[in-house]
Every structure is written in structure tokens, then in C-alpha cells.
Design a protein around this ligand. Structure first.
Ligand code: NAX
Ligand code: K
Length: 499
């Protein structure tokens, strides 16, 4: 599947450009309706009745085309129209007329009278043109559809889902399968949209790749195509010093586990060397646990500064288990001044909850690449002004404000850079919601930065690898299980069988 995501507005432009270049709108609609009809034939049982709910715009038009094609296949199809069909415009009107009758006005009964297990619904009420919350009959029908629990194939988007941001406008259809066209939209990946869509299929309706490219899309599904070219497996003649030296700054004696998890993950992600920097009091704990990861005692911020005099130490993680307060703030200040790639996570971010302006001044002046990896709570403390936005807009606004790459973690993690580029991740297993997995993610980002990946690519690749490792580790995973799983993920990316 292509990785570019188009907003509903961009999709409308792609449609318009294609039409202006000589493909009639009704031709695009025919192809869209054909795609829907094919999906319905796959999804519906051999003798299922098909009931299609058609709205007042072109989404309804796709429904009329599908109805005509399904009837031609001999399938029993009932069509219900929302609103007055005499008000239908242009392509939708043509599709309605070509259907040749056989419709009724939409009513609650159209939905409720479906015998259980015998009907497949097609939701062609609203797609990319949804521009306000659902109410009245449309909303009641959608709620009845969800209550009935019958299978639904949604056209373009489940009605009520905002394709730009994945949020519901009042109510939304819960589909089994969604057929969209040309490219997916952010709303197909962002939650709750992704769950409302069921499985999503993209049908080619003849919009050229060059037309999509001319829109210069800035939002992507997070997949190897986005960053794989930035990452290189070890060269046959290479050595470990080619692959960077990551540093993980540990918290105090009682909270050292997070740093170890992160450090091991950095190593698993392919950093050539990884060192945990810790207060001398924590040295023995780390030394007793770590093998391939090195440990180095450093005393306070100055000790860390002295350690970083070694330019080979090229990427630093700070935050997991660090403790909140002035001490953490001064470490952040030192790191951002050190011309290193820096990842700030957890307590490093929380420490600035009451000192946002201070943080923004530091992050904007950072002398090396900077990646922040907040979860929702950390994000809200640091960027309260953006907390009410959808996650895609929030991550983008925060990245722009602080001049860093922001990884807004969740079931639909969003990675955003200050220039507006964003990626939405959709491979995370729900089993990843367990203690320590955030430390592993921060460690992977750091390991990739150590290898020289640019910040956005390192962050996006890390989030994807983390999701894949979660899949490999499977149900019941704990964060330690992600470490061996990462080996398989790296091997897969390198194009090599695990040996
Ligand atoms: N040429 C094209 O533009 C193509 C469009 N396609 C289909 O067209 C759809 C977009 O068509 P439209 O732009 O006509 O948009 P929609 O069909 O999604 O809906 C627009 C209509 O719904 C009304 N509306 C919006 N929100 C409402 C609400 N909450 N309650 C009641 N009415 C509401 C609008 O006033 C307008 O009449 C796509 O989702 C796709 O299914 C496909 O046929 C491919 C080609
Ligand atoms: K729809």
C-alpha cells in the first residue's frame, strides 16, 4: 500500500486535477463503485441481501454505482436515499439515474428490519465531504446500524468519521471493511478511526501517482518506505565504530532499570557501542546486570560534560527513571548544548511541566538533532495549548513550537517534525501497553541516531521497529521480551533470514 496519506481536501484536489486532465468525474465514480461492488461480493454471503444507504453527495453516488453493478450480478439489493434525490448533483445524479429506480427513502426501519445474519449493509452516506456533526435521521440510522451489529462495508470512510483526523463527528459507523480510493487518509490510521474502518482497502480509480506527488503530501503511514533508505546494515568491511556510540544517562540507584532497558534496546537497534552513564552510587547495580552494554560512573552534570568531551559519543538519551526536578533540568540544558543527537523522554520532559518557556528556549536552541518521546500525559504537561487538538495536529503543532521531532506515543503514535512532515504508526500491538516499553522505544531511537539517521527517520523507524518487535514477542509480552524480538526485526529489515 502507498505510504502517502491525503486529507479529504487534498483528495478533492487530486480528483479535480484528474478531471481537469480529461478523465470525467463519472468515470472515477464508476471505478469507485466497481471497487465497492467487488468488496461487497467478497464480504457478503452467497445469499445475503445487500442494503445500501446512500447520502446526498458523491459518496452516495458511489453507492448508486455499486447498487447497479451488484444487481447486474443478480444480487438482491435495496437502496435507501437520505434526502430528496431530485437535489442530487452532477456525478451522483448521473449514477442515480443510471441505477434506473428501485430505491426508497431512508428510514430507521430500513436498518432495523434487517433479519439477523442475512443482510450486509453498505454505508455510502458520507465520505470526504462530511463537514459537520451528524444529527437527525442520519445519526439515528448510524446508531441503529451499530446496534444491529450487521456487517457493514463503508465507502471511502465510515460515515461520521473525519478523514482528516480520525475523530468522530457526533457518531460514526463501525464498519467491518472500508473501501477507499487512490490513497488512505489520516483518519484511516488515527484512532478511533482505524478501529471504525475495520480492514481498509485502497482501490485504484485512475488518479496518477504524479498527480498525488504534485500535491506534495506531508503525512505518511509509518512503513519502511518512509525511512528504509536512510538506514544501512553493517558494511562487510565495517567495524563497530562506524555505527556510533550511544549514551544512556541513568537515574539514581533505586531507578536504574529503565536506563538498562533503553541501553540494551539501543544496542539491539544497531548502535556500535552503548554506555550507561550513572552516578557512582549506581555503578555496582548496573555492572552486575550489564554485559555488552558498558557502564561509566559520572559525577553530576559536570561529570557528564567531561564524558561528552569524547566526540565519538554521538547520541544521548535522558529521561527514563531520571527523577523529576532541577537536577534533570540542568542535565537537559547541558545535553542540548553539547552538539549531540539527543532523545528526551519521561522525567526529562516532566521536569519542565512548570517551566515550559524554559524548555522551549532550550529546545529551540538545541545544537544537535532532538527527539522528544512524550506519552499523552507528558505531552499535555509540556504542550497544554495543543492538548485539545487531534493527535496529528497536536504533534505537528508541538514539533513546530519546540523545533524538535515529537513522537506522540499511543495506540496510533504520531511522529512529527518542525517542518510539518508527519507519520502515523499503525503496527502497535495492544500488548505494548506495559511497563518499560517506552524506555525500549527511547533506546531504539537513540541507537538509530547513533548510526547517523536523521531525527525524523530515526524516530519513525524506531516506532515501527518497536511495533514489529511487539508483534514478534506476541501476547503476554513484557518489555524485556522486545529485546530479543528486535533481533528478528533488524534481520528482516536487513533482508536476511535470522540465523
Ligand atoms: N469525483 C470525485 O470527487 C470522486 C468522489 N468520490 C466519492 O465522493 C465522496 C466525496 O463526495 P462529496 O464531496 O460530495 O462529499 P460526501 O458525499 O461525503 O458528502 C457531502 C454532502 O453531505 C452533506 N453533509 C456533510 N456533512 C453532513 C452532515 N453531518 N449531515 C448532513 N449532511 C452533511 C454536504 O452538505 C454534501 O451535500 C468521496 O468520499 C468518495 O466516496 C468517488 O466517487 C471518486 C470520485
Ligand atoms: K461512507
Amino acid at each position: 500500500m502507498s505510504i502517502e496519506l491525503l486529507t479529504p481536501a487534498e483528495m478533492a484536489t487530486a480528483d479535480a486535477l484528474t478531471i481537469a486532465a480529461g478523465t470525467a468525474g463519472i468515470v472515477l465514480m464508476e471505478r469507485a463503485g466497481q471497487g465497492v461492488s467487488n468488496a461487497v461480493l467478497r464480504e457478503a454471503g452467497a445469499d445475503a441481501e445487500i442494503r445500501i444507504l446512500c447520502g446526498p453527495g458523491n459518496n452516495g453516488g458511489d453507492g448508486f454505482v455499486a447498487a447497479r453493478l451488484l444487481r447486474r450480478q443478480g444480487r438482491p439489493v435495496r437502496v435507501a436515499v437520505l434526502g430528496d434525490p431530485s437535489q442530487l448533483r452532477s456525478d451522483a445524479r448521473s449514477a442515480f439515474e443510471a441505477m434506473g429506480g428501485g430505491w426508497e427513502a431512508l428510514s430507521l426501519d430500513f436498518v432495523r428490519s434487517a433479519p439477523a445474519g442475512r443482510v450486509l449493509f453498505v454505508d455510502a452516506l458520507f465520505g470526504a465531504g462530511l463537514d459537520r456533526p451528524l444529527e437527525g435521521l442520519a445519526r439515528a440510522c448510524i446508531e441503529a446500524l451499530n446496534e444491529a451489529g450487521a456487517p457493514v462495508v463503508a465507502v471511502d470512510l465510515p460515515s461520521g468519521l473525519n478523514g482528516a483526523d480520525g475523530r468522530m463527528l457526533g457518531a460514526a459507523v463501525r464498519a467491518r471493511h472500508t473501501v477507499t480510493f487512490c490513497r488512505r487518509k489520516p483518519g484511516h490510521l488515527l484512532q478511533p478511526g482505524r478501529c471504525l474502518c475495520g480492514t481498509t482497502e485502497v482501490v485504484d480509480i485512475g488518479i496518477a501517482d504524479a498527480t498525488v506527488a504534485s500535491l506534495e503530501p506531508t503525512c505518511f503511514a509509518n512503513a519502511p518506505g518512509l525511512w528504509r533508505a536512510s538506514w544501512h546494515p553493517p558494511a562487510p568491511e565495517g567495524h563497530k565504530y562506524d555505527r556510533g556510540h550511544a549514551v544512556v544517562v541513568s537515574g539514581p540507584l533505586a531507578t536504574t532499570g529503565a536506563a538498562r532497558l533503553a541501553a540494551s534496546a539501543a544496542l539491539r537497534a544497531g548502535a556500535g557501542l552503548v554506555t550507561v552513564a550513572c552516578d557512582p552510587s549506581a555503578l555496582i547495580v548496573h555492572a552486575a546486570h550489564l554485559t555488552a552494554v558498558m557502564v561509566r560512573p559520572v559525577r553530576g552534570v559536570d561529570g557528564l560534560g567531561e564524558m561528552l568531551a569524547d566526540r565519538r559519543l554521538n547520541a544521548v538519551l535522558f529521561g527514563p527513571g531520571a527523577g523529576v526536578g532541577e537536577g534533570a533540568r540542568s542535565v537537559v540544558k547541558r545535553l542540548l548544548d553539547a552538539e549531540r543527537a539527543v532523545v528526551l523522554d519521561a522525567d526529562a520532559l516532566t521536569s519542565f511541566g512548570d517551566a515550559r518557556e524554559h524548555f522551549l528556549a532550550l529546545s529551540r536552541a538545541a545544537r544537535g538533532p532532538l527527539v522528544l518521546t512524550p506519552h499523552d500525559g507528558e505531552f499535555q504537561r509540556l504542550f497544554p495549548a495543543f492538548a485539545g487538538l487531534d493527535r496529528l495536529s497536536a504533534a505537528r503543532a508541538a514539533a513546530r513550537e519546540c523545533g524538535a521531532v515529537v513522537v506522540l506515543k499511543g495506540a496510533d503514535t504520531v511522529i512529527a517534525d518542525p517542518q510539518g512532515r508527519a507519520a502515523i504508526n499503525d503496527n502497535a500491538s495492544p500488548w505494548l501497553a506495559t511497563a518499560g516499553t517506552g524506555d525500549v522505544l527511547a533506546g531504539i531511537v537513540t541507537g538509530l541516531l547513533a548510526q547517523g539517521l536523521p531525527a525524523f527517520e530515526a524516530a519513525a523507524m524506531a516506532v515501527w521497529m518497536h511495533g514489529e518487535a511487539g508483534r514478534v514477542a506476541g501476547a503476554g509480552l513484557i518489555s524485556e521480551d522486545l529485546l530479543p524480538a528486535l533481533k528478528l526485526v533488524v534481520a528482516g529489515l536487513a533482508g536476511e533470514e535470522d540465523r
